[in-house]
Design a binder for this molecule. Structure first.
Ligand SMILES: Nc1ncnc2c1ncn2[C@@H]1O[C@H](COP(=O)(O)OP(=O)(O)OP(=O)(O)O)[C@@H](O)[C@H]1O
Ligand SMILES: [Mg+2]
Length: 345
C-alpha cells in the first residue's frame, strides 16, 4: 500500500500552565484525561492516531471545542504537538527546519478558513495571486495562474473587484482560488462554508466536489454538519473532547457507531443516500424468485422505488453471484431512524 500523505502517531496538544509537567521524552505521562483536567490542562487533542490517504477527502467532525481546528493546525504544520508525531510524506513534519517548513507551506499546502481572510486592499486578482507573489513568481506568470484559478471557481469578470464588493459566497470562492493558486498537494479547509447561507453552502460543497474530481488533491475538511461530511468525505473522523471517537466511512459510522456520541452525529443522516444494499441485505438469500437485482454497492436511494414497487424481494449481486436479498417490508425499517427520510423525494 502507498504510504499516507499525512499521519498522526499518538499526537496530543495540551494547553495550560502546567502542561509541561505531564510531558516526558515526547510522551504524555498519563492516559487519564481527567488527571490533566484536574491540573487545569485542556487536552485540545489527545493521543490521536490517523492516516490520511493520497487523493482522498478526510473529514473531521465534532462539537465546538472538540479539537478539530487544533488537529487541522497540527496536520498543517502550524501548531506543534505537545507529544507524538505528525508524519508528512513519512517524515516528521516538525522535524523539518523552519525554512523547509515555510517552503512546504508555500508549495505543498493550501488553506481555506471559515472567515475568508482576504486582504481588503487587494483586488480579487491581487488576492488570488498573493501566494504566488510570496513564492517569488514573476508578475505575468502569477497573474496568468491567478486568472486561471478565478475562472476555475467561476469568478471570471470580477478580477478587479475588492472583497467588500463581493457576496460571502463569492469571497469564499476567492479564498478557494487563492488556496489553490500555489497548486498544493494537501488542501486544508476549516469550516469553510459555515458563514454561508444554506443554498450557497450547497453550491460551494458541489464546487469542492467538482474541484476534487478535477484536481485530485488530498483534502482535510472540517465541518459540524454530518450531511456536509457525507457529501464531501471519503472517510470521517468524529472527535469528542480531544479524542478521536471513531474513524470510518459515513456508512460505517451509521451502521456501527462506536459510541452514543457517534450515533448522535449520524441521527439526522440521510440514510437512504448512505446505506448500501450490502449493509441492509439479509443473508443467506432465499432460493427465489426475485423481483430484480441490485449491486451490493448500490445506495438504497438508487433502488428504493424499484423495491417499493416489487412484491418479490430483490437479489443483491456481487461478482455475478447472489449474496443476499432485500425485501420491501425492510424498506421502512431501514429508513425509519429517529428521523426518517422521504424515499425518492
Ligand atoms: N491557543 C489556545 N490556548 C488555550 N486553549 C486553546 C487554544 N487553542 C485551543 N484551545 C482549546 O482547545 C480546545 C479545542 O479547541 P479547537 O479550536 O481545536 O476546537 P474546535 O473543535 O475547532 O471548535 P470550533 O468548532 O468551535 O471551531 C478548546 O477547549 C479550546 O478552548
Ligand atoms: Mg475550529
Amino acid at each position: 500500500m502507498q504510504h499516507p500523505v499525512l499521519a498522526c502517531r499518538q499526537v496530543s496538544r495540551l494547553y495550560g500552565a502546567r502542561a509541561s509537567e505531564f510531558i516526558k521524552d515526547g510522551h504524555i505521562t498519563t492516559d487519564n484525561v481527567q488527571t490533566l483536567q484536574e491540573a487545569g490542562i485542556t487536552p485540545a487533542i489527545f493521543n490521536v492516531d490517523l492516516d490520511i490517504e493520497r487523493g482522498k477527502t478526510f473529514v473531521i467532525m465534532g462539537l465546538s471545542g472538540s479539537g478539530k481546528s487544533t488537529l487541522l493546525r497540527c496536520l498543517a504544520g502550524l501548531t506543534p504537538p505537545s507529544a507524538g508525531q505528525i508524519l508528512f510524506e513519512s517524515k516528521d513534519l516538525f522535524g523539518f527546519s523552519e525554512a523547509d517548513l515555510i517552503q512546504i507551506h508555500r508549495h505543498q499546502m493550501g488553506m481555506v478558513f471559515q472567515h475568508f481572510a482576504l486582504l481588503p486592499h487587494l483586488t480579487v486578482l491581487g488576492n488570488v495571486a498573493f501566494p504566488l507573489e510570496i513564492q517569488g513568481r514573476p508578475r505575468a506568470e502569477r497573474e496568468e495562474i491567478a486568472r486561471q484559478m478565478i475562472r476555475l471557481v467561476g469568478l471570471e469578470g470580477r478580477e478587479h473587484r475588492f472583497p467588500a464588493q463581493l457576496s460571502g459566497g463569492q469571497q469564499q470562492r476567492v479564498g478557494i482560488a487563492r488556496s489553490l493558486a500555489g497548486d498544493p498537494d494537501v488542501w486544508f479547509l476549516d469550516e469553510p462554508f459555515s458563514a454561508l447561507d444554506p443554498l450557497i453552502r450547497r453550491e460551494m460543497q458541489a464546487e469542492v466536489i467538482r474541484l476534487q474530481g478535477m484536481l485530485k488533491k488530498t483534502i482535510v475538511f472540517i465541518t459540524h454538519d454530518f450531511e456536509e461530511a457525507v457529501r464531501v468525505a471519503d472517510r470521517i473522523a468524529i472527535m469528542k473532547d480531544g479524542l478521536v471517537e471513531q474513524i470510518g466511512t459515513a456508512e460505517e459510522l451509521l451502521v456501527s457507531p462506536a459510541t452514543d456520541y457517534v450515533r448522535a452525529f449520524t441521527r439526522d443522516a440521510p440514510r437512504a443516500h448512505i446505506l448500501t444494499a450490502r449493509s441492509i441485505m439479509t443473508t443467506p438469500p432465499p432460493a427465489g424468485p426475485f423481483g430484480g437485482e441490485v449491486s451490493a454497492t448500490d445506495r438504497v436511494i438508487s433502488f428504493a422505488r424499484q423495491l417499493d414497487a416489487s412484491s418479490l424481494p430483490l437479489a443483491v449481486i456481487e461478482d455475478n453471484e447472489i449474496i443476499g436479498a432485500i425485501d420491501r417490508a425492510m424498506l421502512l425499517d431501514i429508513l425509519i431512524g429517529p428521523n426518517a427520510q422521504a424515499v425518492g423525494a
